[in-house]
Design a protein around this ligand. Structure first.
Ligand code: COI
Length: 371
């Protein structure tokens, strides 16, 4: 059962609202909402909570969106003690605003915090901060099909101290950005470069945490992908250079021609995607056999060549489900599904976005009403 809007009132009331004296004029906002490019336009406000080692989380507030004051010695600038999340707020046909599985993001944010030696934020504060911001900037939630308000919670070490230890001062914020498709070309099959000389994560490292450092490590291989004529990069495991892990910011799925749906198992070096786990559920309930296991690149390429692999797709909050049309590496270049979007890929995308936008019944209780 979906959660009701009144359930969040108490959480939202914990946030003091300081409205901007300079809100975006309605005409300008309408123009921004008409065709936003992913992550380039931001709403008028942001949620914020401060943490101090001796007094804990405090000062819950919604303030004007704007630059942050940061001492040049702030720990995050030197030692990358930072984590983030990604969710979306969707406007349903009746004007109500909903988000998708925020408890799962809150729990992952807590796990990421633990790994990066940051303080854990309660699920109530996490969801309260989303609802407080969305209620303040409600006009920024797009209503057009395929559009939503991307929510970006993040936390960083703000203490000015150059010694290497976990910070005694931390800031948590949520910013919001109206978005359409993650890729500039819309939902079209993307091409993937398999990184040859780089890995995203190593055993015992931070691969399963959503921290900025993991994304920083993927940027150079991403440039290599562009140079190879590919849109995205995918990584193999760091120990044997054999098994598929994930893209820079998305999980991977393989569909076999017998209908089996497979995804790399969580080995500690892969991000536990909320979209990933939702797809596993949806595919299972459609009657597909669903398998989480190690999938080697050699096996994938052989399956593409002999036709036993029929579809491959990537998934994440930002890009939802994105078909993959091609895999390229140093000595291979294989097309997937004849370069077209796979049937199950698009059916799962339709069902998932249908649930998120209120067009398909939320039979899993995945939605929380924010406003
Ligand atoms: C997301 O899908 O929300 C992500 O975090 C991926 C990327 C935009 C960093």
């Amino acid at each position: 059962m979906s959660k009701n809007v009144q359930d969040l009132d108490g959480l939202v009331e914990a946030f003091e609202v300081y409205p901007t004296s300079n809100p975006t004029p309605p005409g300008e906002r309408a123009a921004e909402l008409a065709a936003p490019r992913f992550g380039t336009v931001f709403t008028d406000h942001m949620s914020r909570i401060t943490w101090r080692k001796d007094s804990g989380w405090q000062d819950r507030r919604v303030v004007e969106y704007g630059p942050l004051a940061l001492d040049p010695a702030a720990a995050v600038l030197h030692y990358a003690q930072e984590i983030f999340e990604g969710l979306k707020a969707y406007r349903h046909a009746d004007g109500s605003i909903w988000t998708f599985r925020p408890e799962a993001n809150a729990a992952r944010f807590q796990r990421s915090a633990k790994r990066l030696a940051l303080p854990e934020l309660s699920t109530d504060d996490f969801i309260g901060s989303l609802a407080a911001l969305v209620r303040k900037d409600i006009e920024w939630v797009p209503s057009a099909d395929g559009f939503s308000l991307y929510l970006r919670p993040f936390m960083y070490a703000s203490e000015s101290f150059l010694g290497v230890r976990s910070s005694h001062e931390v800031e948590y914020l949520v910013i919001a950005s109206p978005v359409g498709s993650y890729f500039a070309d819309g939902v079209k099959p993307v091409s993937i470069w398999i990184a040859q000389d780089y890995h995203r994560a190593g055993k015992g490292g931070t691969g399963s945490a959503k921290c900025g450092g993991n994304y920083a490590a993927s940027l150079l291989p991403q440039i290599e992908a562009y140079e190879q004529g590919c849109e995205q990069v995918a990584f193999l495991d760091d120990v044997t250079d054999t098994y598929l892990e994930e893209l820079g910011g998305m999980n991977l799925f393989v569909v076999r021609s017998d209908g089996t749906v497979e995804t790399p198992e969580l080995t500690g070096t892969i991000l536990e995607g909320v979209t990933r786990s939702s797809i596993l559920q949806l595919a299972r309930d459609r009657g597909h056999e669903v398998v989480e296991r190690r999938i080697s690149l050699a096996e994938l390429l052989a399956g593409l060549r002999d036709g036993s692999v029929s579809e491959v797709f990537a998934c994440g909050t930002a890009a939802v489900i994105t078909p993959i049309g091609r895999f390229k590496g140093v000595n291979f270049d294989e097309v997937v599904s004849g370069g077209a979007a796979g049937e199950l890929t698009m059916a799962l995308r339709e069902e998932l976005t249908g649930i998120q936008t209120g067009k398909v019944e939320d039979r899993y209780g995945w939605l929380t009403r924010l406003a």
